[in-house]
Design a protein around this ligand. Structure first.
Ligand code: NAD
Ligand code: UDP
Ligand code: UDP
Length: 307
């Protein structure tokens, strides 16, 4: 079962699991995902789609749960912040209850946002983070932190087989064109010939992982020995400023768009880069797709959907 399976990452995960001959139950309430993302899978008899909100109980029989349900971009998760926290917290309780009843292994899609605006760099899993509990990002950050707490308490108290992955910025085809994330924003703006919106001075950094690399990591994590529960960072350690990203997008799209500097959003982390040595050691995983190759594939997608 993949919750959030009609979203950006979830749809790629469903595809990957089907390609490995699994039966896949995709659960989604279409809050930030949509059926176009999985339309090409509907004809596959091993694929089943269910409209359901994970904040409500769910009784199905499954043996592996990938819990991805949660809006991931600030525009989406800040639209209804109370629902965002409910999705992470009530959603985790329900999915953990389901895993407990069915003896399923359960993987949580956590996030680098649990580190907040980090004071150490790059971030390793032992770091507890620097998170504002009352800011506009808190519904997401604290919801995800509480979900990790619940996963560990179900592990300690009920002996559940848990897996926690902390995902760093990931991009690729099927990102939502209007969700405000930087890669989709820059590509859409460049293709439309609109100004590229750089927030702040553009010197803040992020590390961008291509979706196929991340999904490969998810599947490895789910299949790893039971005693390895994480949390484990997954992302691409290559670090770029937003100005560098804008330059790459402009070059690859051959766009004449200009840069437009705008105010930096509140609580915007200045730097973010994963230390992935744990994933490399335990799962023999590391990303293989360079930024420019992944950007090229993502640009092709946005051209195809004719944004
Ligand atoms: P997305 O918004 O495309 O996908 C999330 C999916 O969850 C959507 O299809 C949405 O409709 C669904 N959903 C939301 N609330 C739900 C609910 N209450 N019940 C059922 N379904 C619900 O985002 P994504 O980028 O694919 O992210 C997937 C997961 O990975 C999220 O949990 C997100 O927090 C995590 N993550 C993503 C990134 C990234 O860079 N893409 C980084 C860190 C963490
Ligand atoms: N739950 C669910 N599906 C199941 C089993 C449980 O949605 O197959 C929900 C159930 O509604 C409960 C939550 O998961 O609120 C936590 O379940 P657990 O068994 O841990 O707690 P309890 O039922 O004792 O509150
Ligand atoms: N950003 C930007 N222009 C945009 C969208 C985002 O400069 O049009 C910046 C944003 O301020 C942040 C970085 O790009 O510093 C990554 O933003 P995103 O929302 O993609 O991810 P997150 O902040 O969650 O890492």
């Amino acid at each position: 079962m993949v919750t959030g399976g009609a979203g950006f990452l979830g749809s790629h995960l469903c595809e990957k699991l089907l390609s490995q001959d699994n039966d896949v139950l995709c659960v989604d309430n279409y809050y930030s995902g949509n059926r176009d993302n999985i339309a090409h899978l509907l004809a596959n008899p091993r694929f089943e789609l269910m409209r359901h909100d994970v904040t409500f109980p769910l009784y199905v029989e499954v043996d592996e749960i990938y819990n991805l349900a949660c809006p991931a971009s600030p525009i989406h998760y800040q639209r209804d912040p109370v629902q965002t926290t409910k999705t992470s917290v009530h959603g985790a309780i329900n999915m953990l209850g389901l895993a407990k009843r069915t003896n399923a292994r359960i993987l949580q899609a956590s996030t680098s946002e649990v580190y907040g605006d980090p004071e150490i760099h790059p971030q390793q899993e032992w770091y507890w983070g620097n998170v504002n509990p009352i800011g506009i990002r808190s519904c997401y950050d604290e919801g995800k932190r509480c979900a990790e707490t619940l996963f560990f308490d179900y592990y300690r108290q009920h002996g559940l087989e848990i897996k926690i992955v902390r995902i760093f910025n990931t991009y690729g085809p099927r990102m939502h064109p209007n969700d405000g994330r930087v890669v989709s924003n820059f590509i859409v703006q460049a293709l439309r010939g609109e100004d590229i919106t750089i927030y702040g001075d553009g010197t803040q950094t992020r590390s961008f992982c291509y979706v196929d690399d991340l999904i490969d990591g998810f599947v490895r994590m789910m299949a790893s020995p039971g005693q390895f529960v994480g949390p484990v960072n997954m992302g691409n350690p290559g670090e770029f400023t937003m100005l560098e990203l804008a330059e790459s997008v402009l070059r690859l799209t051959q766009s004449k768009s200009k840069l437009n500097f705008m105010p930096l959003p509140k609580d915007d982390p200045k730097q973010r880069q994963p230390d992935i040595s744990l994933a490399t050691r335990e799962l023999n995983w590391k990303p293989t797709i360079p930024l420019e190759d992944g950007l090229q594939k993502t640009i092709e997608y946005f051209k195809k959907i004719a944004i």
